[in-house]
Design a protein around this ligand. Structure first.
Ligand SMILES: Nc1ncnc2c1ncn2[C@@H]1O[C@H](COP(=O)(O)OP(=O)(O)OP(=O)(O)O)[C@@H](O)[C@H]1O
Length: 699
């Protein structure tokens, strides 16, 4: 053989094919042949004469017809999928519809059939070549390097690389150029290696799926419920460990057999195989109660049944309940916790017990401290929702925006500062249970409108969300305000009032059932764990004479005070707090008349013995007046800031400068009595602030 290398021309359709196949040839015969290669995508010096030409596809004969001149010998290469990239296809999920994209229809069909012959038949291949229309619901495409032909809607492209010249064509080329003896063995050896590699990959994938099967089995065996699946022919396909114990049959014995051959209880077999809509039923198996739930897997046309051990379920529910208690989602009180033998309270309990048995909305009206929360909690516990959550929300505790997100939740990004992942509102959290909205008279008109929609439609939408979430929540609302008066003043929606007041409960004032006082005192002492303390009879008599405008809460606070100050385990008349301690009657008898109480408390401020100073050198009277001003603006829905407060002080005995107002606002904020919002929301009084105002009122 002369030193000068002979020439071989490789003609391909695309540059990619040209480069890949030229490299393949170079590796085998590069030492003997100069390989020149050209593609249809570029200019080439034709016609070729007296050359050995290799065409990369018979489909190119027409395209290169004029380029092949006198004395040429043309070999058409057969091509084979590059096994190296096969594992990419093994990762595609079973049954996936995928386009097989190539330049010619014939190439597509050849390659698909080759892939199927190789056993890569878990994919639903759809041939795709120029001129084809593909359905845009297909997301996968497989291509031997023809990325440019992939439709734009495809999201996952698997490039299995350009197809290589196959073994027979390679041998033909070698034979033609007289190198078969020299290179044939190593080429076929290399080919065998690549086939072995492919087999290894396929075997690995089988091992992987076996591994996955074992993994699934471990998962199925790990759950506490029995799990059974039956194929369309009624044969068992899944039978986990729990079922092995229940039916005393191993899964090996059960799988593949008909259900009735494995389960002796024919009633249960009939229930599982039944064609009706009944979905769960109770069965006694191995002396235990099981809830069997069945459902169809439509896509697979098979039935799945789960077996839940009731004892286990009860245990789980207890744990869940404990969790709920920890989160404060549980109603603490039952009717037994409501003390009092008076006809008034007994009658109220009787009515409340009846209301509990319905699932209707209830409005509880009653003075502050009369037990509204207590009754709401007892109603929930006596209702069929008692296993669900119970969430209580005080509507006066938060400013409007916070209250809205508390009630309805929000989506991520709904507003600046919204928590990542959004937030679930109490309506969603209480799903299946009860929500108690205390002080309903304090919600803004905007929230009243939203609440009305929730009650009407039984669905909510999170702030910033577009999804409608159906909710199944019973609403119990409470108020110590005269809602009818508020309706007259345009501060409460009449339609909402009627929606809330489907059922109605009025709680009797303590002063109207004074016969309950002794019993309540004993109950309170018992709850505080101070049974060893004696209350002298004259104390009992005196306490029974008070009017208790703050109702049972006030009575409880008084007892707690006396238990704290008494000596020798005996409460005497000296331990009764002085008159400043007690809440006074407001003109309307309900808490709504706040102004009256604030005024009287300001008068009492100087001598109030138990009040802790809020503002140090600043007069508490100033702080209270400012708080009161903010509160009345909050109530009327108007925003208020420093400037407006300073303007308001003009009407007081002592006018404050803006600077003085700023200082006092800072003090109120430090005490947590107000929250200052940027922008139009202005300043809002917090529950702590309200409590402070109320505590002064009580003095
Ligand atoms: N009949 C009762 N028996 C025993 N305890 C009672 C009774 N009524 C009220 N209480 C107790 O009095 C306190 C105040 O009751 P509750 O919080 O239910 O009142 P409320 O009407 O919701 O008050 P507010 O309107 O201020 O929210 C609680 O500690 C509650 O347990």
């Amino acid at each position: 053989m002369s030193n000068r290398k002979k020439e071989l021309i490789l003609l391909a359709g695309t540059n990619d094919t040209r480069k890949t196949l030229s490299a393949q040839l170079e590796e085998v015969i590069g030492d003997w042949f100069e390989i020149e290669s050209y593609s249809l995508e570029e200019q080439f010096p034709s016609p070729f004469e007296n050359k050995l030409i290799i065409l990369t596809s018979y489909l190119l004969e027409e395209d290169f017809k004029n380029a092949i001149g006198e004395g040429c010998h043309v070999l058409i290469a057969k091509r084979v999928i590059n096994y190296e990239h096969i594992d990419k296809l093994l990762a595609i999920p079973e049954g996936t519809r995928a386009l097989y994209v190539s330049d010619y229809a014939q190439n597509c069909y050849d390659s698909i059939s080759m892939l199927q012959q190789l056993g890569i038949d878990h994919i639903d291949y759809i041939p795709h070549y120029p001129g084809c229309k593909a359905s845009p619901d297909i997301t996968y495409a497989i291509t031997p390097g023809e990325i440019g032909l992939i439709p734009p809607f495809i999201t996952t492209v698997i490039d299995i690389g350009t197809r290589l010249i196959d073994l027979t064509s390679m041998m033909e080329i070698l034979s033609h150029i007289g190198l078969l003896a020299e290179k044939g063995e190593s080429i076929s050896f290399k080919n065998i290696r690549s086939i072995i590699d492919l087999n290894k990959k396929l075997a690995r994938s089988n091992r992987d799926s076996e591994h996955l099967n074992k993994h699934f089995k471990r998962v199925l065996d790990g759950v506490d419920d029995g799990i059974l699946a039956i194929d369309e022919l009624g044969r068992i396909t899944v039978f986990n460990e729990i079922l092995e114990t229940v039916f005393k049959v191993t899964s090996r014995q059960a799988i593949g057999r008909l259900l009735k051959e494995v389960i002796p209880n024919q009633e249960l077999v009939a229930f599982i195989l039944a064609d009706n809509t009944e979905e769960s039923r109770c069965f006694t198996l191995i002396q235990n109660e099981f809830i069997v739930q069945r459902f169809m897997l439509q896509t697979e046309n098979s039935i799945v049944a789960t077996f839940k051990d009731m004892n286990q379920t009860i245990k789980m529910e207890r744990t869940l309940r404990r969790e709920l208690v920890k989160k404060g989602f549980v109603a603490k009180y039952t009717f037994q916790d409501i003390v009092g033998s008076s006809a008034a309270i007994q009658n109220t309990k009787l009515i409340a017990g009846k209301l509990a048995k319905t699932d209707l909305t209830v409005l509880i009206e009653g003075e502050s401290g009369s037990g509204k929360e207590l009754f709401a909690s007892a109603i929930h516990n006596a209702s069929f929702r008692n296993n669900g959550s119970y969430l209580a929300l005080n509507c006066s505790s938060l400013p409007e925006d916070l209250m809205e997100s508390e009630l309805f939740g929000y989506e991520e990004g709904a507003f600046t500062g919204a928590k990542k992942g959004g937030k679930t509102g109490v309506f969603e959290q209480a799903n299946g249970g009860t929500i108690f909205l205390d002080e309903i008279g304090d919600i803004s008109l905007k929230l009243q409108a939203r609440l009305l929609r929730v009650l009407q439609e039984k669905e909510i939408m999170r702030i910033g969300g577009s999804k409608i979430i159906p909710i199944d929540v019973r609403v119990i609302a409470a108020t110590n305000k005269d809602l009818l008066k508020m309706i007259e003043l345009g501060k409460f929606r009449e339609d909402l009032y009627h929606r809330l007041k489907v059922l109605y409960l009025h709680l009797p004032e303590l002063r109207k059932r004074k016969e309950d006082i002794t019993e309540l005192i004993q109950h309170i002492i018992h709850l505080s764990g101070r049974n060893n303390v004696k209350i002298l009879p004259e104390v009992m008599i005196r306490l029974s004479q008070y009017e208790w405008y703050g109702n049972v809460r006030e009575l409880k606070n008084t007892i707690d005070y006396m238990l704290a100050v008494c000596d020798n385990y005996t409460v005497t008349l000296n331990d009764i707090p002085d008159t400043h301690f007690f809440q006074r009657a407001s003109s309307s008898g309900v808490k709504g008349d706040l102004m009256y109480r604030i005024e009287s408390s300001i008068a009492a401020t100087a001598e109030a013995p138990m009040k802790k100073p809020a503002g140090g050198v600043v007069d508490d009277k100033d702080l209270l007046m400012i708080l009161q001003t903010i509160y009345s603006f909050n109530q009327s829905g108007e925003s208020i800031g420093r400037k407006k407060i300073a303007e308001q002080t003009r009407w007081w005995n002592k006018e404050l400068t803006e600077q003085q107002v700023r200082h006092r606002i800072e003090l109120l904020e430090q005490h947590g009595y107000i929250l200052i919002y940027r922008g139009r929301s202005g300043i809002k009084v917090t529950q702590t602030g309200l409590d402070w105002m109320n505590s002064l009122t009580a003095e």
